[in-house]
Design a protein around this ligand. Sequence first.
Ligand code: FDA
Length: 314
Amino acid sequence: MNPIKNILLWASENETLRRHVSKWGFVKRALRQFMPGETFDDALNAAHQLKDQGLLTTFSELGEHLVDISEADAVVDHYLSVYDRSAAEGLVSEVSLKLTHLGLDLEVERCAKHLDRLAAKAEEHNTWLWIDMESSEYVDTTLDLYHQVMANHSNVGICLQAYLHRTPADVESLLPLKPGIRLVKGAYKEPASVVVRGKKAVDHAYFTVAAKLLTAARDGEVRLGLGTHDVHLIEKLDVVATTADVPRASYEIQMLYGIRTADQLRLAGDGHRVRTVIGYGEAWYPWYLRRLAEKPGNLWFVLRNVFGQPPTAD
Ligand code: FDA
């Protein structure tokens, strides 16, 4: 792995660094590259602008690994209001969250109840709830909770990471549920025993699983989100989709706010369903460090902000 990427992923898990770096003004300024602001109102404004440009949106309040279970209640209340406010403002936005932000590390059963409540609220508004995938030690429990929530609801999706050796088998075991699957490459620092290493190999793993999921999407067996900014890979998958008669309306391309914005608009203009995931909130540190690790060149944005220069969009 690229040593800078390695250091950034290590730093993303370091509590002392988090406490200091989260307060640095120039880092906060650089963060605006990926976040419209820290409040939900900032995210709502961004969603309206994206809607006007033909993009769908998903809200994600940044946060993970709660240390006090009572904080999960506030997270749930927040997301309940996110669904209500989005609907009141005419947005059919979705929500994406991490289970450790609902207290998975602390009380699994309570986390499952929170998940069920949020899925019911999403159903009330005829929209969806998505579960992010965290580091590999959480995959089994996350899949267990996904099976549980899908026993009562059909509007919940889960993120799967193509870099994990296990993912093709996980896809097989999920398909009978008629799941929602967002396929991403994977963002965590993982041992070689559990992940495929190197961009070429990860891209190949992604392509193989995505091609299978595209035909499943065509046959109505999955709601598919291709979660990637890799436009070359998207082009190759577009060829697969065209050859296999997969209608563009049967899958989505999902990207993060502020990344490949021009491509998001171009793809939407070409008739793809494109969804932007908008992150917001105060607990941005580990999430932001993972974004820097994905493209260490982003560190230049951070350095430019030492002198207060505004970042330019990708
Ligand atoms: P790749 O890393 O090959 O990048 C392709 C191109 O995209 C780059 O050359 C660059 O131009 C651009 N790019 C990518 N990342 C960038 C960045 N940070 N800044 C600037 N440009 C960038 N992971 C996970 O483990 N669990 C999860 O739940 C999720 N959820 C999720 C949702 C959505 C909607 C997306 C798009 C991604 C995630 N991820 C994730 C992150 C994912 O695993 C992966 O780390 C990133 O998407 C980067 O990989 P790409 O597929 O974009 O390709």
